[in-house]
Design a protein around this ligand. Structure first.
Ligand code: FES
Ligand code: FES
Length: 174
């Protein structure tokens, strides 16, 4: 039978790879990934609103999967790379989803926005040509209390189109 790891009760060494950088930290086993990202690493683009898995504001990627970082213990995130909104840009440019959210003005207060963007960008990684239903479903776990949904969906469509055009430029004639 595999042994159950015993952590704590005090601080324990934890290695997290966030946005391509390795961080060696001493953490309480009870600290959530959201707390560590914001409090220890200063990555405050990840927002915490409900802190209990209801709103999706805290969405980051664990590997390529969007997760609620308020529900993940940091100590359990050592095996996979973590990506936050700060790590989404490529070659110094905002990710197409970030660009599309700006172009479509797809936010009001902005508290849900980084979570929405992380969920939408994860969708486009696995499905570069999503229909409206797929876009809505990808952000179904990200609540927007300002009601910016129509523009968020429009931004998703725009981002998919931007990615399609840039892929065609990279591989003309294919
Ligand atoms: S803050 Fe994590 S789901 Fe709301
Ligand atoms: S923009 Fe305010 S909660 Fe979505």
């Amino acid at each position: 039978m595999p042994e159950t790891p015993i952590y704590g009760p005090g601080r324990v060494p934890v290695k997290l790879v966030v946005n391509g950088q390795t961080h060696l930290l001493n953490l309480l086993p009870s600290e959530t990934l959201a707390e560590v990202l914001r409090g220890e690493l200063g990555l405050t683009g990840t927002k915490v609103v409900c802190g209990m898995g209801d709103c999706g504001a805290c969405t980051v990627w664990l590997g390529s999967k969007p997760v609620y970082s308020c529900l993940q213990l940091a100590i359990d995130c050592q095996s996979q790379p973590i990506t936050t909104i700060e790590g989404l840009k490529r070659n110094g440019e905002l990710h197409p989803v970030q660009q599309a959210f700006i172009a479509d003005d797809a936010f009001q207060c902005g508290y849900c926005t980084s979570g929405q963007v992380m969920s939408m960008a994860a969708l486009l990684e696995r499905n570069p040509d999503p229909d409206e239903e797929a876009i809505r479903s990808a952000v179904a776990g990200n609540l927007c209390r300002c009601g910016a949904y129509p523009k968020i969906v429009r931004a998703g469509k725009r981002a998919a189109e931007m990615l399609r055009v840039s892929k065609e430029r990279e591989a003309p004639g294919e």
